[in-house]
Design a protein around this ligand. Sequence first.
Ligand SMILES: [Zn+2]
Length: 105
Amino acid sequence: MTTKPELVAVVDATPRCEFCFGPRPCPKHPNVEPLSVVTSHEVPPMHMLAQAHNADLETVVIVGITKDGREYFASSHPDAAESMYHLQRGIYKLNRIVDGDDEAD
Ligand SMILES: [Zn+2]
């Protein structure tokens, strides 16, 4: 008789370092404080993922490009329409930032 391994969801809410995703406070980056600013500079994906983790999000939709140029998409929401709504809201917010109408939130 075989038994199936039990699936266990591990939810680790420990705040993460924006540079190495290690638990905060991070011994490798003890003097780094996260900034919440709009910038025109490129930001490493790890920073954005750590900030999203630290924001304690209820839902997340991720769009990315792999290093070899492939598209990456993932959504925590099971409903495609709801995921598309969040993507459209993100496009709306980005347009407002680009237009200078909304720099925060
Ligand atoms: Zn670190």
